[in-house]
Structures are given as structure tokens and as C-alpha cells.
Design a binder for this molecule. Sequence first.
Ligand code: FMN
Length: 202
Amino acid sequence: MEPVNTAIIYYSATGTVHALAQAAAEGAEKAGARVRLRRAAETAPPEAISARPEWTRHRQETADVAEASLDDLAWADAVLFGTPTRFGNPASQLRAFIDTTGGLWFHGKLADKVYSAFTASNTAHGGQESTLLALGNTFYHWGGIIVPPGYTDPVQFQSGNPYGTSHVAGDGPPGEVALQAARHQARRVVDTAAALKAGRAA
Ligand SMILES: Cc1cc2nc3c(=O)[nH]c(=O)nc-3n(C[C@H](O)[C@H](O)[C@H](O)COP(=O)(O)O)c2cc1C
């Protein structure tokens, strides 16, 4: 059978969500998927970025990561979206990309794919779940098949978010538990998409 095409589309200003996205890419690849790791285009003004050295640094470090395009969505059987929390919601950079998908949606090209999401916030109760649920609103509109991690692996009892992998950036960069949760989430997404693909081909 053809491998599952998996797009991991994320926005990250200072690297936390990027680290989760990379772990998700590893998990998806290990599950046999063809993977595209893509970052949402930056929309913040240069003066906002240059005011924060860690933002400038992360932009330079990930300059070679391709920008997300509509073709990545059209190509994918499964999509994992990653975003930092912004006042309990997804980052505007990721939303800006999502807001370009009207044409694909109108032609039914976003339906029946598997979707899942991961996030980071600065504080423990800073809106991780509301951010993931807000992304879920879009997946409903697309007619997507939402695959959350739930508590389907022992690591979920350590990482603790059944809605999607999340990390408290205020505690430092993602450690092995969060990275393992991201790998598990991606594996589960790919396994589900593979079963759907096989069933549809049969
Ligand atoms: C405009 C703005 C709003 C934010 N809102 C929240 C928030 O509501 N709760 C929270 O815990 N952190 C909030 N943060 C912190 C970010 O979520 C945190 O820096 C981010 O998860 C780090 O991810 P990154 O390294 O991938 O950019 C906010 C940051 C900015 C710049």
C-alpha cells in the first residue's frame, strides 16, 4: 500500500512548537508515513521580531524549513497542526495560513482527512486545551476526522493532555516526555489514516 502522506504544519516563534513538530515528524516517519514538515509564514513586523533575540535566532535556525502551502494540505492524507497559545487561541500566523484554505474547502478537498493538533503555552493553565479545541472548530468545518491522543499510551499519563501534545514553555524546552507524546500522537494519526486509506482502497 502507498504510505500515508502526512503534513506537519506549525508556527513557532521561539522554538518550542518547532521541537514538538520535529518529534511528530519522527513519529510519523517511524510509522511509515511520507512526511512534509512545514512552517506557517511569518506575518509579524520585523521590529517585533528583532525586539526578541530568541525569536530572531529561531527564525534564522529554521530558515531552511519550507513554508506551508495549499499543496501540502491537498497532498496530505493526515495533517498535524502545531501552534503556540496566543491568549488561549492559535497563533495568527497559523490562522493566516488556515484562512487561505477556502478554495480547497469549497471543493471538498479538506474533507475525510485525519487531523490532530499540538501546542505550547507559557504557563500550566494558560490555554492549551482552548487552543487545541479552537483548531478543532476548523477541522469540523472541513469535515475532518479528528484523532486526539487521548490516554492511548502510557506517556499520556505523564504528559497529561488527551486533546493533543502540549508543553509549558515556561518550564524550559520540551523534554523527553513531551517529545515522546508528540511521537505517539503522530504515530496514532498515521496508523488511523493508514487504516482509512486501506479500507477506501479495498
Ligand atoms: C501575544 C502572545 C500571547 C500569548 N498568550 C499566552 C497565553 O494565553 N497563555 C500562555 O500560557 N502563554 C501565552 N503566550 C506565551 C506563548 O504561548 C509561548 O511563548 C509559546 O508557547 C512558546 O512557543 P514557541 O517557542 O514555539 O513560540 C503568549 C505569547 C504571546 C507573544
